[in-house]
Design a protein around this ligand. Structure first.
Ligand code: CA2
Length: 147
């Protein structure tokens, strides 16, 4: 049976969603976003594993552990997006589809958010669509997996 696990990774500070800056990131909590992903993934016969970490190395370890085991990765790297080359390199070694998600639109914010070191190794990026971004990411994963 092919891999049917979708790994969802959330980077630093995303555990605070819903508590501050709702005008930027929406009022949903991270658990709300994960629930959206789980419901959308179930429609395509995919199971979801989620990890939120404030530590770059922990995210790198999770990406390594996904190799040969998970079908795809949906990742919101948080601020690691903009400088964490170790996450770039780990994702480059993952064989399946990778969708980068941002709740806000970093391109419309401060200049330091305009660079993503993850985008070059992602199959695609969804940004600025709030909670809808996670649902669309699962749809993209399902299409890329041919499910
Ligand atoms: O828009 C996104 O999803 C981001 O990945 C969110 C990151 C930010 O550094 C990226 O540039 C864009 C920050 C997430 C921090 O979330 C907080 C939520 C509530 C309170 C404080 C931080």
């Amino acid at each position: 049976m092919p891999n049917q696990t979708l790994l969802v990774l959330s980077g630093p500070n995303l555990n605070l969603l819903g508590e501050r800056q709702p005008e930027v990131y929406g009022s949903e909590t991270l658990a709300d976003h994960v629930a959206v992903v789980e419901a959308a993934a179930a429609e395509h016969g995919l199971d979801v594993e989620h990890l939120q970490s404030n530590h770059e190395g922990e995210l790198v370890d999770a990406i390594h552990a996904a190799r040969g085991r998970c079908a795809a990765i949906v990742v919101n790297p948080g601020a690691f997006t903009h400088y964490a080359w170790a996450i770039h390199d780990a994702l480059a070694a993952f064989e399946g589809p990778i969708i980068e998600v941002h709740l806000s639109n970093p391109a419309a914010r401060e200049p330091w958010r305009h660079t993503s070191v993850v985008a070059p190794v992602a199959s695609g990026t969804i940004a600025g669509l709030g909670a809808d971004g996670y649902r669309l990411a699962v749809q993209a994963v399902a299409t890329l997996l041919g499910r």
